[in-house]
Design a protein around this ligand. Structure first.
Ligand SMILES: NC(=O)c1ccc[n+]([C@@H]2O[C@H](COP(=O)([O-])OP(=O)(O)OC[C@H]3O[C@@H](n4cnc5c(N)ncnc54)[C@H](OP(=O)(O)O)[C@@H]3O)[C@@H](O)[C@H]2O)c1
Length: 313
């Protein structure tokens, strides 16, 4: 077992905030740690725990971390994110996506910590034609969406004064696997790639999302439901073409196709765009446009998106 990512140091004697990040080795969790360090949060103020150091489904472990570190700001970046696999193991997904957040919410309410629970566009049916407002009726169509919605409801019920639900969508970043990396790999291994053009959403760079969450955590915004994605919208086909452009490849090598050609265990929302009205009304900074964010992501760490070794043809 490896140790915590950031050296664990105890109560920091009067420093303004102690941050707990769960799921700290995931795509978002890693960027949260980077953003917090860049924002001047001292190692002693940040407890960043991967799944091996804190299993959020363990009541005893959650209690121990809250008792020992006394976090004031908690960002739950831990989740069961295998969308298709969740169809065949919903119980396991529920444990991580709902029971775990319930434990964190109860601990936050008990101690007065502010809890940011990250959620998803998959709580919606995806049949809308306009961006979903935060208060729109959820209607998840997949096991993953149902478990994430259960997590939202647990946080709202158990920590009504301390819980912030932040829904995001189409997340990619330097750590872990994601659509952007898959397209970069396929660009090297195939002449053409077919990508669905009938699912629309807002690609979100995990570093921008991390910055948004840190801003929200430190703001005077009230608890409740928020949406935070890259601004603008596109289809997966549009995103794939943009990845090819960033790689200096011909985007015409990406061909449009339809969802029915790629049957998968979990249904995908056809329309996933989330309105950021509540976010902006709270005075929080608008999120950067998805296309500009993709450009910055590649400019910051291009190598992270490319396959480690040339892919065999
Ligand atoms: N990725 C997307 O496109 C997307 C879209 C909408 C919303 N979201 C939401 O955004 C958040 C962050 O997602 P992400 O993309 O960063 O996911 P990710 O890369 O899969 O990271 C999730 C992390 O959670 C950890 N984890 C799993 N079970 C755990 C447990 N019982 N206790 C503690 N940690 C546990 C995982 O660790 P192990 O790998 O060791 O299991 C992993 O490091 C999630 O709430 C997700 O639902 C993501």
């Amino acid at each position: 077992m490896t140790g915590p990512i950031v050296t664990r140091s105890h109560r920091n004697g009067g420093q303004p905030s102690r941050w707990l990040v769960t799921g700290a080795r995931g795509q978002l969790g890693s960027d949260l740690c980077r953003v917090l360090a860049g924002a001047g949060v001292e190692p002693a103020q940040l407890l960043a725990l991967g799944s091996e150091e804190l299993d959020i489904t363990s009541s005893a472990s959650v209690r121990a971390v809250f008792a020992d570190f006394e976090p004031q700001l908690v960002v739950n970046a831990a989740a069961y994110t295998a969308v298709d696999q969740a169809e065949s193991e919903e119980d396991r997904a529920f444990a991580v996506n709902a029971a775990g957040p319930a434990l964190l919410a109860a601990a936050a309410a008990r101690t007065g910590a502010r809890l940011l629970q990250v959620s998803t566009d998959y709580v919606f049916a995806g049949e809308a034609e306009q961006p979903y407002p935060a208060h729109a009726e959820p209607d998840p169509r997949s096991a993953y969406g149902r478990t994430k919605l259960a997590g939202e409801l647990a946080v709202r019920e158990l920590a009504p004064e301390h819980g912030y639900i932040v829904r995001t969508a189409w997340v990619y970043g330097a750590i872990g696997s994601n659509f952007v990396k898959t397209m970069a790999r396929l660009e090297q291994s195939r002449d053409t790639v077919e990508v669905v053009d009938d699912q629309r959403g807002s690609p979100t760079w995990s570093a921008d999302l991390a910055r948004g969450l840190v801003e929200l955590a430190g703001s005077a915004a009230p608890p409740g439901l928020y949406h935070c994605t890259g601004s603008g919208e596109t289809s997966w086909f549009g995103l794939a073409r943009a990845v090819f452009e960033e790689l200096g490849a011909d985007p015409a090598r990406v061909l449009p196709t339809t969802t029915d050609k790629f049957p998968r265990p979990a249904p995908r929302p056809a329309y996933s765009v989330l309105s950021d009205q509540v976010w902006r009304d709270a005075g929080l900074s608008p999120m950067p446009h998805w296309r500009a964010a993709l450009r910055r992501a590649f400019a910051e760490d291009r190598a992270a998106y490319l396959p480690a070794e040339p892919f065999p043809a």
